[in-house]
Design a binder for this molecule. Structure first.
Ligand code: SF4
Length: 264
């Protein structure tokens, strides 16, 4: 099978257990205001005019985001890091974008990894049909599952889609006792609102088997990308939360019995 990916990160330490290789698949059905990879949201290989500035002059260059790769080609790259996976109890993480958007390709590569006893994680928004999530859950070892906003209107506003399907899929994974680590992007002024934190805490408290959440601090490192790729940046004046605020949030989630990490 053939899929489209736009990046591969070797020796990743924040994308699941142990040392990991993270593979970024093109395409995302969401359009989050704070997206770090806005150039990869299309499932197709897109070309952009990248604008670089030097000494007050603008230099424009056409760049493509993403390339086609077969399951066999990708697996060879994964295998190159297998020794590090074995030594660190790590593995490979499929991220994006939203990897479930290329569900058949994802299933195919997950199957080859399983046959070769390589641990796999799927880093997902959870936005997919029930059939898709259930099919991938048959074969993936772990999900890194984003939880952003519980209020549907706010979710629609800041990501462009409804939260209902996402929460339903999360409840199904929990009920089916799948291995899930939640991930909460802490976006100042949006997801860190007192009401949202309280709603997330009460939603995740109702889960029976999931008990781990990683807090992902907002960074404004992507500001340059928005201007380079000529995309509107709605977060350009937003500053990251302080370490003290992140630690305060960590204790809030620990107080409901969750194991909490701060990543990135
Ligand atoms: S889910 Fe992730 S990749 Fe998709 S738009 Fe949001 S931040 Fe970007």
């Amino acid at each position: 099978m053939e899929g489209t990916i736009f990046d591969i990160k070797h020796f990743a330490v924040h994308d699941g257990p142990g040392i990991r290789q993270t593979i970024f698949l093109n395409g995302c059905p969401l359009n989050c205001w704070w997206c770090h990879n806005p150039e990869s949201q299309s499932k197709n290989i897109e070309s952009f005019i990248k604008v670089n500035k030097l000494d007050g002059k603008e230099f424009k260059k056409e760049v493509s985001v993403g390339y086609k790769i077969t399951t066999e080609e990708l697996f060879k790259i994964i295998q190159g890091d297998q020794i590090f996976f074995e030594e660190s109890s790590g593995g490979v993480t499929f991220s994006g974008g939203e990897p479930l958007m290329q569900a058949n390709f994802l299933y195919d590569i997950l199957k080859v990894c399983k046959e070769n006893i390589i641990n796999t994680c799927v880093d997902t928004t959870g936005f997919a049909s029930e059939e898709t999530i259930q099919k991938i859950a048959e074969i993936a070892d772990c999900f890194l599952f984003d939880i952003k906003l519980i209020d549907n209107e706010l979710h629609q506003k800041y990501t462009g889609i409804s939260v209902d399907e996402i929460l339903r899929n999360l409840q199904w994974l929990d009920k089916s006792n799948k291995n899930v680590i939640l991930r909460f992007p802490v976006i100042p002024g949006i997801t860190d609102a007192v009401k949202n934190i309280s709603e997330i805490k009460s939603f995740i408290k109702s889960l029976k088997n999931i008990n781990q959440i990683d807090l992902l601090p907002y960074h404004n490192i992507s500001n340059g990308k928005y201007s380079r790729f000529n995309k509107e940046n709605k977060m350009k004046n937003t500053e990251p939360l302080s370490d003290v605020d992140m630690l305060q949030l960590k204790s809030e989630f620990e107080s409901i019995g969750f194991k909490v990490g701060i990543d990135g």
